[in-house]
Write a protein that binds this ligand. Structure first.
Ligand code: FAD
Length: 460
């Protein structure tokens, strides 16, 4: 258990930052979250949350609440543009193999659930981390509004364009300690539109009446687009349209382009409106979803993928997209970000003092325990991305994949879902899967930590 005065600063109130905050709250470790957005406005789309993080949700006592907000995803159905079913993957296999099904939950619901566990005064909205200053005993972050905060440990959970990572890397670069690959920008090869409708008529969209989440994936024939729909609770549909770019680019180039403004989203909406969707009734198109989605809840985002080598230095450590940004093709980014938070919280909990060497040891342990599994998720995302792209080779791969028997998919997902880390300082949950979870080093750092630490009642 760390000293009572340990203070952790978390930059970023996204999935990684909020999950870590919930865990530190339960561990009784002091923390503050700094989020650049002035109000919580997560992108309105679906998140596929899998068996790899469900043990933690159960350990936190949030399983019932989570299940009430989510839908189980039984099958992923792939269609061509003529809406003929080309292949399916059965996700219910995971229930027996891991003890949990795969869920789909809207991002705002997951944020609300995490935020409901945190005292409001620990979340500071409208704070953008600009620079960090690491000292012998403390670390100070400066925000763009001129204010600052000081703590013993800084966690950069601030996403793909992390302010913490930028400041840390600038310093490492000056000192000649930054690997070349970490100096390169994040490559981007697709952009997408995402949104979530308001409540729809189940007569017009009959799939909404079904118990399970319909997850439908449509591949354009002569166009560089893939589009997906997910039937959610409360008769809403989350949707997403991916445009595969012909040339790889990066954010600086995109932002420099005159087309990169509000108009770019509207232009994409116009292009994709008439794409057909198989949501249960004939003749439906994306326009039937777009027109039912409040315009301010439609987002246009670039999709990048990059695995960073440097995850920590001094008193600063990175988690989530800040150190491994994945294409959403295998729906892994949020799951892996949550796993990072679990493992980092275990190492922080195991620290007996705040000496620099103790902190370095904790960060080293976190990195060692996470790096292979995060890299594997990154590589799986990259392979899945090849299924969506529109070059000839990708068409061949798609054709072959159609004939994959279910056992091949099971092997792919067993690798991903055998990582089911648990929180060392909360009561452990029984592994109910027929494919057992991988051993987890951070559960045995300090056998005392296996004792139930803090069952503090969550903030109302
Ligand atoms: C369209 C789409 C669909 C996806 N679907 C899935 C899915 O189904 N399943 C899945 O597992 N993953 C999915 N992902 C990936 C997932 O969304 C990310 O991996 C996940 O959100 C990463 O969480 P994070 O907290 O690390 O980063 P973010 O969610 O990006 O959060 C970072 C936070 O930090 C804040 N911030 C940024 N800079 C600063 C700063 N300088 N100072 C302070 N705060 C800052 C941001 O405002 C943000 O709130 C999807 C991604 C996209 C784009």
């Amino acid at each position: 258990m760390p000293p009572a005065n340990l203070k952790v600063l978390i930059s970023g109130g996204g999935i990684a930052g909020l999950t870590l905050a919930v865990l530190l709250e339960r561990a009784g470790i002091d923390y503050q979250v700094f989020e650049l957005a002035k109000t919580v406005r997560p992108l309105g789309t679906a998140l596929s949350i899998g068996p790899s993080v469900m043990p933690m949700i159960e350990q936190l006592g949030l399983l019932e609440k989570f299940v009430a907000l989510a839908k189980v995803n039984d099958v992923v159905s792939n269609f061509n543009e003529e809406l003929q079913l080309t292949s399916t993957v059965n996700y219910m296999e995971f229930l027996g193999r891991t003890g949990y099904p795969n869920y789909v939950i809207s991002r705002p619901h997951l944020y609300d659930l995490l935020l409901s566990q945190l005292p409001k005064e620990k979340i500071h909205m409208g704070h953008r981390v600009a620079t960090i200053l690491q000292g012998d005993t403390e670390v100070t972050v400066s925000f763009t509004d001129g204010t600052s905060a000081t703590g013993h440990i800084l966690v950069g959970a601030d996403g793909a364009y992390s302010g913490v990572r930028k400041s840390l890397y600038d310093q490492l670069h000056l000192a000649g300690k930054l690997p070349l690959s970490d100096q390169e920008e994040l490559p981007c090869s697709s952009v997408c539109l995402v949104g979530q409708t308001g409540p729809l008529s189940a007569d017009k969209f009959p799939h909404l009446k079904e118990k399970y989440c319909r997850f439908e994936n449509i591949s354009g024939r002569d166009k560089p687009y893939t589009w997906l729909t997910f039937c959610m609770p409360n008769n809403t549909i989350c949707w997403m349209v991916i445009e595969h770019l012909y040339m790889e680019t990066n954010r600086s180039e995109m932002v420099r382009s005159p087309a990169w403004d509000q108009g770019v989203a509207d232009a994409m909406i116009d292009k994709v409106r008439l794409f057909p969707i198989p949501s249960g009734a004939p003749g439906l198109t994306l326009a039937d979803l777009i027109d039912e989605t409040p315009r301010e809840l439609i987002s246009h985002v670039a999709l990048e993928g990059k695995f960073f080598e440097t995850w920590y230095a001094g008193r600063t450590v990175l988690i989530g997209d800040a150190c491994h940004k994945m294409y959403p093709s295998a729906a892994q980014g949020a799951n892996v970000a949550i796993q990072d938070a679990i493992v980092l919280s275990n190492y922080l909990y195991s620290m007996n003092d705040m000496q620099p060497e103790t902190i370095t040891k904790a960060f080293e342990g976190y990195h060692q325990e996470r790096v292979d599994s995060a890299r594997q998720a990154h590589e799986t995302s990259e392979r899945f991305r090849q299924l969506f792209r529109k070059r000839f080779i990708n068409t061949v791969i798609r054709f072959m994949v159609k004939f994959f028997p279910q056992w091949v998919w099971n092997r792919v997902f067993d690798k991903v879902y055998s990582n089911r880390p648990q929180v060392a300082f909360l009561p452990l949950v029984e592994d109910r899967g027929s494919v057992k979870a991988f051993p987890q080093r951070s559960l045995h750092l300090n056998e005392d930590a296996l004792k139930v630490a803090s069952l503090a009642a969550p903030a109302s």
